[in-house]
Design a protein around this ligand. Structure first.
Ligand code: KIV
Length: 297
């Protein structure tokens, strides 16, 4: 299948590319990936950025939330994604409590993401995280912010709910956006907020906003690989759309394989290698002697 990428979209993507996309009014396409094969596929599809999301806790590791994800989980996934990516910007998602406790923790752990192959990190939180964003960016580590529904704060938020619905919450989110931009963030993910608020934030900021469940008024969109491709089991979040039903396809293909194995239809001649007849005769003769000796004939 050939992939159409618009002119000028074939060069490696940097944070400056994303800023230029916003300035030119070109929307940014971002998706998650967690291993080398999914990274190769989405990079070949021409996405601008790949987020090694801590959603890997649920999609890949089977945890109930992102709170169980560790640095080891994330660094192994980030290194694999980086090895599979030629063009897109690879962003590593910093797990719960690897950056909140102190800017020193954040510096040490963010550096590990860059050493593993990411070109940037993402952290959740608003104005209170601005000093950390500033420290990281001053140390040469590009930071993407994440506001609205921040899954690492699910217990504080009281569930996975749309954020910023009333005027006070909306104004607080706009202040948080501004604080992150002023601290040096190169982009901000806006998750599960009303489309009107996302559009306001996108108009106010000079850095790109990347929406998920935030309407079409953001400067770009991010979605979880498994949600887009029908690999997420029975649950599909309201903000996601299946662009393919790979889950059903995989189950049908593996069921066909299992049936062919049981019916001796697989492997067939096409997948089989044969031995030279003379060598086989020698082996048979040698084994016949062994069998006679063992059975005492
Ligand atoms: O972990 C993740 O996949 C994310 C996106 C949903 C933005 O943070």
């Amino acid at each position: 299948m050939s992939v159409h990428t618009p002119a000028g979209f074939d060069r490696p993507v940097t944070t400056a590319t994303l800023r230029a996309r916003k300035a030119a009014g070109q929307r940014i396409a971002m998706i998650t990936a967690y291993d080398v094969s999914s990274a190769r596929l989405v990079d070949a599809a021409g996405v601008d950025a790949i987020l090694v999301g801590d959603s890997l806790g649920m999609t890949v590791l089977g945890h109930p939330s992102t709170l169980q994800v560790t640095m080891d989980d994330m660094l192994r996934a980030t290194a694999a994604v980086a090895r599979g990516t030629k063009r897109a910007l690879v962003i590593g998602d910093m797990p719960f409590m690897t950056y909140q406790a102190s800017p020193e923790d954040a510096m040490r752990n963010a550096a590990a993401f860059l050493t593993a192959g990411a070109s940037a990190v993402k952290i959740e939180g608003g104005a209170h995280m601005a000093p950390t964003v500033r420290r990281l960016t001053e140390a040469g580590i590009p930071v993407m912010g994440h506001l609205g529904l921040t899954p690492q704060s699910v217990n504080q938020l009281g569930g996975y709910r749309v954020q910023g619905k009333d005027a006070a919450a909306a104004l607080a989110l706009l202040d948080d956006c501004r604080a992150l931009q002023d601290a040096g963030a190169f982009a901000i993910v806006l998750e599960c907020i009303p489309a009107e608020l996302a559009a306001l934030a996108s108009a106010e900021l000079t850095i790109p906003t990347i929406g998920i469940g935030a309407g079409v008024g953001c400067d770009g969109e991010v979605q979880v690989f498994h949600d887009l491709l029908g690999l997420g089991g029975d649950f599909t979040p309201r903000h996601a759309k299946h662009f393919a039903e790979l889950g059903a396809l995989v189950t049908a293909a593996v069921a066909e394989y299992a049936a062919d194995v049981r019916d001796r239809a697989f492997p067939s001649e096409e997948q089989t290698t044969h031995m030279d007849a003379a060598a086989l005769e020698q082996v048979r003769a040698a084994r016949a002697g062994t069998v006679r000796r063992i059975s005492g004939e």
